[in-house]
Design a binder for this molecule. Sequence first.
Ligand code: DQA
Length: 149
Amino acid sequence: MKILVINGPNLNLLGVREPAVYGVQSLQDIEGELVRDHPEVDFSFFQSNHEGSLIDALHETLTNACDGVVINPGALTHYSYAIRDAVSSLRVPVIEVHLSNIHLREEFRKNSVIAPVCVAQISGFGSEGYHLAVQTLYQHLTTAGHRHD
Ligand code: DQA
């Protein structure tokens, strides 16, 4: 099963950026743990601080073998209709992840324009949220019978 994990703006700074909010692990630590803990999954990882590059990475799932996407769009979550439209153009399920609980923070973070076109939103479980998203996608895809081995 092939899963693409996408991280948006400022998530390259995980471990350095506001560790009390986002944790002490780097993005590389989190990606390494996903690979270690989910041997059944063939992962691709992509991070960018640029909206268009994230959209291009989402579009690539239309032509590359990919069974599902886990995305943390960072602050773009709250206002990027372009990312939302890219997600809703895909043929594979997408799960939105946030390390922090966006519903317990500033008003502007409470709304996600992307969640309505995702299978699920996972928010507030720290890095564990990426694992929950992968498990959920795996179960969803296994039940649906879609997979690229
Ligand atoms: C975030 C929450 C966003 O509001 C913020 O802009 C981020 C990280 C999270 O993972 O909690 O960059 O997506």
